[in-house]
Write a protein that binds this ligand. Structure first.
Ligand SMILES: Cc1cc2nc3c(=O)[nH]c(=O)nc-3n(C[C@H](O)[C@H](O)[C@H](O)COP(=O)(O)OP(=O)(O)OC[C@H]3O[C@@H](n4cnc5c(N)ncnc54)[C@H](O)[C@@H]3O)c2cc1C
Length: 391
């Protein structure tokens, strides 16, 4: 008798499995084609729906991120801040992120990226701050043509030059010219959240009149005892009591003697960034702690780095340099580049990814790879020189 119980159980469960299988087949047969038809209909109708939405309100869209300009503010003689109210397609952002504007100028589509200069805030607004570039198309067009009420199209916020969720207790921020924008966003966030982070903020400008956000920075310094500010200008009259000159090791030593071990965020024109990276490298600083944002695609640290390694993550558009050997997995993790990993020993293959160029050393076998395109395990690969990864 006892042996009959599992038999009944077995036959019941096999009947149930059969029923489940036929239900699944029925759903596949009926629902999937229905869903396909519905999606196709929506795709076909999308331009009509979009046009109807745009007639109601030009920022409305099911797909496209658009933002209405709610304020335009002159920061200096050649720098303008645009305050934007994005539509619901816009996602939240982390301080330091950038957006890419998609514009049509004289009938030509053009794209340019701009760091968000404001901190994330509950009102849903954000700002970009643009410096006119001599002969530049978009920076001048924005300053000359964009006014409150206009609607701009843009990308979702992106970038890896952001404050980490666990903000270190001490930070060094170095910026020059319009490169102040992403670090200003970070500083504004630290201020808004009242974080007790010791910040040394050094900003370089051509003249005192070129210092963007000067009044607000002075206000932050007087309000927050743990924030120290230094402005350094190239040209100034005798009334200027601050520092003068360009970035130098002497200046850095005087304002942030512990810079070699400090988490540092840096952004500015290419010559400034080169000077900072070269100084950090030649003075034995931990380059892995130096984060930077490139405003120009022409900026290439591999051209002047003496010994350091550089890993460029192509899809995420970020890169990191290191003076001590670190695996490519560690580089990706320190930048916040999304990468799955498992064993961290080259066994499970979870982190396998495509190397586009450059030589890596396999720490398990000790062998160097070729310089071309191939799949690698980032968890056991240490870059030799410059390596480009498809992540
Ligand atoms: C992630 C990121 C964030 C950024 N954030 C900011 C920011 O917050 N604020 C900011 O102001 N900028 C920022 N930038 C820079 C910005 O994207 C633009 O590069 C900048 O505004 C200049 O664009 P433009 O169209 O005015 O100049 P462009 O038209 O691109 O011209 C740039 C320079 O090239 C010269 N030039 C153009 N065409 C030619 C040619 N055919 N031959 C020779 N020379 C030529 C121009 O004279 C000019 O000097 C950021 C860039 C990136 C990548």
């Amino acid at each position: 008798m006892l042996s009959a119980v599992p038999l009944i159980g077995d036959s019941l469960s096999s009947k149930l499995n059969e029923m489940r299988a036929s239900l699944r087949a029925l759903v596949r047969a009926r629902a999937v084609p229905w869903l396909d038809r519905a999606t196709a209909a929506t795709e076909a109708d999308l331009p009509l729906v979009e046009a109807a939405l745009a007639r109601l309100d030009p920022t409305l869209s099911l797909r496209t991120i658009r933002a209405r300009v709610v304020a335009v503010r002159a920061e200096t003689h050649d720098v303008t801040t645009f305050v934007l109210r994005p539509n619901a397609r816009f996602t939240s952002f982390r301080a330091g992120s950038y957006v890419t504007l998609q514009l049509t100028i004289d009938g030509r589509p053009v794209q340019r990226s701009y760091s968000i200069s404001s901190a994330p805030s509950a009102d849903g607004l954000f700002a970009i701050t643009v410096k006119r570039v001599a002969g530049g198309l978009v920076s001048n067009w924005l300053a000359d043509h964009v006014r409150p009420g206009q609607v701009l199209e843009l990308s979702a916020p992106r970038g890896q030059f952001v404050l980490p969720p666990e903000v270190p207790r001490e930070l060094l921020m170095l910026s020059a010219g319009s490169g102040i924008t992403p670090v200003m966003s970070m500083l504004r966030q630290l201020r808004a959240e009242r974080r007790p982070v010791n910040v040394t903020f050094v900003h370089f400008a051509r003249t005192p009149a070129d210092i963007i956000f000067r009044d607000e920075l002075a206000e932050i310094e007087s309000e927050l005892v743990h924030v120290r500010m230094l402005f350094c200008v190239e040209q100034a009259g005798s009334e200027w009591a601050g520092a003068r000159g360009r970035f130098s090791l002497e200046l850095l030593e005087s304002v942030a003697p512990g810079f070699r071990e400090l988490d540092t965020y840096m952004c500015g024109p290419s010559p400034f960034m080169q000077a900072v990276i070269e100084t950090f490298e030649s003075s034995g600083a931990d380059l892995a702690k130096l984060r930077y944002e490139r405003f120009s695609a022409d900026f290439d640290a591999t051209k002047f780095l003496a010994h350091a390694q550089l890993v460029r993550f192509l899809r995420s558009g970020s890169e990191s340099i290191a003076s001590r050997p670190r695996t490519i997995l560690e580089e990706a993790e320190s930048l916040g580049v999304a990468i799955e990993s498992g064993c961290r020993a080259g066994n499970c293959g979870t982190c396998r990814c495509l190397k586009r160029s450059g030589v890596v050393n396999d720490v398990v076998t000790g062998r160097d790879s070729g310089a071309g395109e191939e799949f690698i395990y980032p968890c056991i690969s240490i870059p030799r020189g410059t390596v480009e990864i498809e992540l």
